[in-house]
Design a protein around this ligand. Structure first.
Ligand SMILES: [Zn+2]
Length: 383
């Protein structure tokens, strides 16, 4: 009989001891609230261990407006609020409240930091505690300090439990550098080939059209517009003597090209590329007239020099683009505007050029009037 009883006793002890050891290592993170608001404790900063909610002592006392001091002589802590004193010895856990013995202190040490029982402190200073398990929150409150019921408390603190995710930007700015591939003097017999290559590379480009060509190759102009490319303006005559005779003659050619592009393709274009480049022709009076009419002006910063080449030397066009792009990279220029023309050699080497630009990390985009980049030799910010 005696032997049997001791065996049972042994089993119970094992169970209890095992439970305690398990409990000590298991910390369940909680949040803390005071009256109607959440306290700034991160989850896990306070936790439940051995069935007791504990929190870092100094931070908890500060949050509860409890003054804390330590007596080096007898090794006791004193917690004070509204003239009431809770004194305890951290090693023996003996405690007194207003000079009378009280329940032993709830102390937990972790990483050399002292954690104290939340309820033990709150009880002594006249505060109630509720554990709102669905939100893993210990709410500390007094009837005078709290206006809200527990349900209202949770409702009022929804933003704490469900912080709003930052709104995703619907149009995140492209981190990639942009290459604007541009083709002058079209549309032409080479337009179809160029448009096919662009589509195959999922690339968008900018075309600068000559007015009579828009009429002559209207099918290509329409297709370019439909494919999402930008159709810019490149004059009617393309002749220095006539185009640059006066600001009026220049404007009249550009206005006419603008009208034709609009009639044929439906696109309203504001971007001009001046034949032979804007320098030296587009002096101040020209630019004033353009700015007044709301036109924009693009030269280029990478010249393919493709006009020099026939198909037999087309590789040199690619080499020129590579050299120009590398130079812009060295200068830290994120956006490159590449000058090309609607030519046979250019159409043939275009796949290699687009492959190269993609490999270099560029997005191949068309001119975007709502994200205008200044790119003229005069550095005229109005254009
Ligand atoms: Zn031209």
């Amino acid at each position: 009989m005696r032997k049997w009883a001791s065996a049972v006793f042994f089993c119970v002890m094992m169970f209890a001891f095992g439970g305690t050891v398990l409990g000590a290592t298991q910390e369940k993170g909680i949040y803390l609230g005071l009256h109607d608001k959440m306290l700034p404790f991160a989850k896990g900063e306070a936790f439940i261990v051995n069935g007791q909610a504990v929190a870092p002592m100094a931070k908890l006392n500060k949050a509860l407006y409890v003054k804390q001091s330590f007596n080096q002589v007898d090794g006791t802590y004193t917690l004070e609020k509204h003239g009431k004193k809770l004194i305890f010895n951290a090693s023996t856990k003996e405690a007194s409240f207003n000079g009378k013995k009280t329940t032993p202190a709830i102390i937990y040490m972790k990483n050399n930091e002292m954690y104290i029982g939340v309820r033990w402190v709150a009880d002594h200073f006249g505060l109630k505690t509720d554990y709102l398990s669905a939100h893993q929150t210990v709410r500390i409150y007094s009837p005078q300090g709290a206006k809200l019921s527990n349900e209202e408390f949770i409702q009022a603190n929804q933003s704490f439990f469900h912080p709003k995710a930052p709104k995703p930007n619907p149009n995140p700015p492209s981190k990639k550098p942009i290459a604007y591939v541009t083709f002058d003097d079209g549309p032409s017999v080479y337009s179809a080939s160029i448009l096919n290559t662009l589509a195959a590379h999922k690339a968008k480009a900018t075309f600068f059209y000559i007015e009579p060509n828009v009429r002559k190759y209207s099918t290509s102009a329409k297709k370019a517009a439909k494919d999402g490319h930008y159709l810019g303006l490149h004059s009617v005559t393309h002749q220095v003597n006539r185009l640059y005779r006066s600001p009026q003659s220049f404007m009249s050619e550009m206005n006419q090209t603008q009208q034709t592009v609009k009639q044929v393709t439906g696109q309203s274009s504001v971007l001009i590329r001046a034949p032979y480049g804007s320098k030296p022709y587009l002096k101040q009076p020209y630019r004033n007239a353009m700015a007044q009419k709301g036109y924009r002006l693009w030269d280029w910063d990478v010249d393919s020099l493709d006009w020099k080449h026939s198909p037999s030397t087309k590789n040199q066009i690619l080499q020129n683009v590579k050299a120009g792009v590398q130079q812009q990279k060295k200068r830290g220029d994120q956006n490159v505007v590449i000058l090309m023309h609607e030519k046979k050699a250019t159409a043939e080497i275009l796949p290699a050029i687009l492959d190269y630009l993609k490999k270099e990390g560029y997005d191949l985009q068309a001119y975007n009037p709502s994200a205008h980049v200044t790119q003229n030799f005069w550095k005229d910010g109005r254009l």
